[in-house]
Design a binder for this molecule. Structure first.
Ligand code: PGA
Length: 268
């Protein structure tokens, strides 16, 4: 894992935006894996600003989101489709026919939706870059602790903690879903590169377990230790529990000087 610790959430979004932009400059048709949640809002704002400044185009890009609430329709403002449109898709030049979420409305079979989603990702050539957040409990997507590390897109029940973390987004009289359909952990691990963003003190414990703890289904993000190409962007607060902090900073400095000397080609 490449661990990069930056001053604040703004710098995390700026660097995340730069990495996505660099990829699309080299491969304009790259398939992106996208995430929702509070952390990613700053990333989308950065990318929208870059798009408006003419620095990046999404015209030839296809995207697959990690997850969606089960049984929610796209016109529901709480759906992740609505979030993606509001925060990102409606402000860039992506062809929204090429934006996918694992949407499963009443009457559809979630098992078939799950296997169909996996097939769509394969047909698109696989995900070049998967953007991730991390839950306070170490989840990625809605793969809650105890999820199979070999899982594929399927229905998951939210933990009480996730349900409560997300309740701030629902008003008192709205029905908050307890089920979601999410890419599995194995689906996420298939991405060729992973970019995980975490900011704020409430993520520090999960980040510590992900980076320095054992690989365990009780911290689903810890599986990323087994991926060849993961970049973790953290602010100071989210990095607060890392024991090897000095080493990560030192490595980052070395990598920067490698880029100066050899370009980015040394990166696999
Ligand atoms: P957050 O969600 O960015 O809203 O904290 C992250 C996640 O649960 O994956």
């Amino acid at each position: 894992m490449e661990i990069i610790i930056l001053k604040n959430a703004e710098d995390v979004a700026a660097m995340g935006g730069e990495l996505v932009t660099e990829l699309l400059r080299v491969s304009p048709a790259a398939v992106l894996g996208l995430a929702t949640g509070g952390t990613q809002l700053a990333l989308y704002r950065t990318l929208v600003a870059k798009h408006r400044a003419g620095e990046v185009s999404f015209r030839d890009t296809t995207s697959f989101n990690l997850d969606e609430y089960l049984g929610i329709t796209a016109d529901n403002p709480q759906s992740y489709r609505a979030y993606m449109k509001r925060e990102f898709f409606d402000h860039i030049d992506i062809d929204q026919r090429n934006t996918f979420l694992p949407e499963c409305v009443e009457g559809q079979n979630p098992v078939l939706v799950g296997s169909g989603y996996e097939q769509q990702i394969r047909d698109a050539g696989g995900i070049a870059l998967q953007v991730l957040g991390i839950g306070g409990n170490g989840h990625i997507g809605f793969n809650e602790p105890s999820s199979s590390l070999n899982s594929r897109t399927r229905v998951k029940t939210l933990t009480r903690q996730t349900f409560e973390d997300n309740s701030r987004l629902f008003s008192g009289n709205e029905l908050q879903p307890t089920l979601a359909i999410t890419m599995g952990i194995a689906s996420i691990m298939d991405a060729r590169r992973i970019l995980l963003l975490a900011t704020g003190e409430n993520k520090a414990e999960a980040v510590g377990k992900m980076v320095e703890g054992p690989v365990t289904a009780m911290c689903p993000a810890s599986i990323l230790q087994m991926h060849e190409r993961v970049t973790v962007l953290l602010d100071e607060a989210a990095a607060g529990r890392l024991k090897n902090r000095d080493y990560y900073d030192w490595t980052h400095l070395q990598n920067e000087s490698l880029k100066d000397r050899f370009g980015r080609s040394h990166e696999s």
